[in-house]
Design a protein. Structure first.
Length: 185
């Protein structure tokens, strides 16, 4: 009962804060993310599911965020960490579970302070903070986006989410292109 009350209070507090919802799709994958403002930082919650391989990855993170003017352009970025939990399937080894504490960051560049932006992110976890069946874990991606109406973006991008397992097998939760939509509120 306490867990339910805590979850409801947490959800209510996030609804009062500024944030965004981000959803992207490819032919075989879906990824959803929620960003909530926490002062000078952002909480991030996300999940990625690959229908073809039945692989999935969940993450929660805290990023110190900010923006800056760079010439006639605007930069938005953040540095911090994410805790990942991934389940991967392989015909030779069966199911592998990985938990990883990854450090990294993200950046978005708006040339000419316009509605077009280029973005990139990278999060990496070495062996010392990759647990269970894993040796290393990384999540990297790039995207190009356009603000079609105020605070609503459409984008196209490419990502690779990979775990290296204890037996030196490297498995991708996802590797490929995607299209998506982000709404800020």
């Amino acid at each position: 009962m306490r867990l339910i009350v805590f979850a409801l209070l947490a959800a209510a507090s996030f609804s009062a804060a500024a944030g965004s919802v981000d959803l992207n799709l490819s032919n075989g994958t879906i990824e959803a993310k929620y960003y909530a403002n926490a002062g000078a930082a952002d909480w991030t919650f996300g999940g990625l599911y690959n229908r073809d391989t039945k692989d999935r990855a969940l993450n929660v993170g805290l990023l110190a965020t900010g923006d800056s003017a760079f010439g006639n352009s605007r930069l938005e970025g953040g540095l911090g960490g994410k805790l990942y939990s991934a389940t991967l399937h392989h015909t030779m080894i069966g199911t592998a579970d990985v938990v990883a504490l990854a450090l990294g960051g993200q950046v978005r560049w708006f040339p000419g302070n316009g509605s077009f932006a280029l973005g990139a992110y990278a999060f990496y976890a070495p062996h010392v903070v990759t647990l269970l069946d894993g040796q290393r874990f990384f999540d990297v991606g790039v995207r190009a986006e356009v603000e079609v109406i105020r605070n609503s973006f459409v984008y196209v991008g490419y990502r690779q989410v990979q775990a290296e397992l204890d037996n030196n097998v490297k498995l991708n939760v996802d590797k490929g292109g995607f299209i998506g939509l982000q709404i800020k509120f």
